[in-house]
Design a binder for this molecule. Structure first.
Ligand code: VGL
Ligand code: ZN
Length: 198
């Protein structure tokens, strides 16, 4: 039984000063680096959007960040432009230890579909390939940390649990966007599918 640490989206745009800054996003970096030592495998995710991505409010006339729009796959929250391919904002926080990463998985690169989860895009059916990577390596236990607790960590953790992985979220090494109680909703949903909230 192999254990992996999955570090979600610890990128400049989600840290203070970034385009979609999560409060305290930079505070978790040192603790994540220390936690890496306890895992056989470390996997990083990187939100990675082409410019003009359909999740950006700037791509739709008459909309603002945090508006909800109807996409072919369902409702989608709009965001400021963030984590655009090769921008500084898309880079990992400069203090994050990249050396231990076995795999860096990028998501959200499909212009027409956002991807909060590290497993499936927001149409809930297009796979990123992470499930196959984990299964073929015999990794069954996942601990998730990173940004943001209520979006990408939440969606990734729920998908992992639904796929049958044993999942924990180490909350002190996560930070939330928390829009209209979204953190509380996410915590309830994660508990309901058997995720261990540490
Ligand atoms: C995220 C909104 C848009 C996240 C990514 O990493 O939680 N949130 N893109
Ligand atoms: Zn994004």
């Amino acid at each position: 039984m192999l254990k992996a640490l999955i570090v979600i989206d610890v990128q400049n745009d989600f840290c203070p000063g970034g385009a979609l800054a999560v409060p305290g996003g930079d505070e978790i970096v040192a603790g994540i680096n220390v936690l890496m030592d306890g895992f056989e495998s470390v996997i990083l995710t990187q939100d990675w959007h082409p410019s003009g991505h359909s999740s950006f409010a700037s791509s739709h006339s008459g909309t603002a960040p945090l508006d909800l729009i109807d996409m072919p796959y369902g409702p989608q929250m709009l965001w400021p432009d963030h984590c655009v391919w090769s921008s500084d904002g898309a880079k990992f926080h400069q203090d994050l230890n990249l050396t231990r990463a076995d795999l860096i998985i990028r998501k959200g690169f499909n212009s027409e579909i956002d991807s909060y989860s590290a497993f499936f895009e927001n149409d809930r059916s297009t796979p990123t390939g992470l499930e196959g990577y984990l299964r073929t390596r015999g990794i069954s236990d996942l601990t998730l940390v990173g940004l943001a607790t209520d979006f990408c960590v939440n969606f990734s953790a729920q998908d992992a649990a639904q796929l049958g992985f044993s999942v924990a979220v180490q909350q002190n090494l996560c930070r939330a966007i928390d829009i209209d109680g979204s953190l509380n909703v996410a915590q309830q949903a994660m508990r309901a599918v058997g995720i261990n909230l540490l």
